[in-house]
Design a binder for this molecule. Structure first.
Ligand code: ATP
Length: 154
């Protein structure tokens, strides 16, 4: 059986509150019951660009609208899904973008997330459940500094 490929896109959403930079993480339910803290992301729909999907999924899952600052690295993992009793191997490729908070409130997140939090960057790095997403967050921190430098703000 050929493996399937699923493509998603997501955002590392940053916000400055009183000089402290915060990142937005969502908690999603897991089968095992352990809380899983993640970056917001979701499937790229037909006819949608990865950038539009990343903005839409970030808005739906966090309640907040972001504006893309730059591309980050893709992540890539495998998982197995059951379909009509058949086990299907899925390769998942997720494109992430660094985003600046524009508007909205985490109280307005959708049902995909059980909880949404703004966390200081060091706490976010420790909280995030997947190493690959932590690496993307680390890359976003460097990209944010580069962005501030380019804008003459650093
Ligand atoms: P999407 O949010 O893109 O719509 P989904 O919610 O349908 O996706 P995934 O988040 O890809 O599904 O999760 C599918 C499986 O892969 C789950 O078992 C999940 O725990 C696991 N998974 C999710 N992210 C990662 C990761 N970064 N590394 C390894 N496994 C992951």
């Amino acid at each position: 059986m050929e493996p399937e490929v699923e493509r998603s896109a997501g955002g590392v959403l940053f916000r400055d509150i009183e000089g402290q930079m915060l990142a937005c993480l969502i908690q999603v339910p897991t089968r095992g019951g352990n809380p899983s803290w993640r970056l917001p992301k979701g499937a790229i729909e037909v006819g949608e660009t990865p950038e539009d999907a990343a903005i839409r999924e970030t808005r739906e899952e966090t309640g907040c609208k972001g504006e893309i600052i730059s591309n980050l690295s893709d992540i890539d993992y495998w998982y197995t899904r059951n379909e009509n009793g058949e086990r299907i191997r899925v390769q998942k490729i997720v494109k992430f973008y660094l985003m600046r908070y524009v508007s909205g409130d985490i109280a307005d997140h959708d049902h995909e997330a059980e909880e949404v939090k703004w966390l200081p960057l060091d706490a976010a790095l420790k909280t995030i459940s997947y190493d690959a997403e932590a690496r993307v967050l680390q890359e976003a921190i460097h990209s944010w500094d580069a962005h501030l430098y380019r804008e003459g703000l650093l």
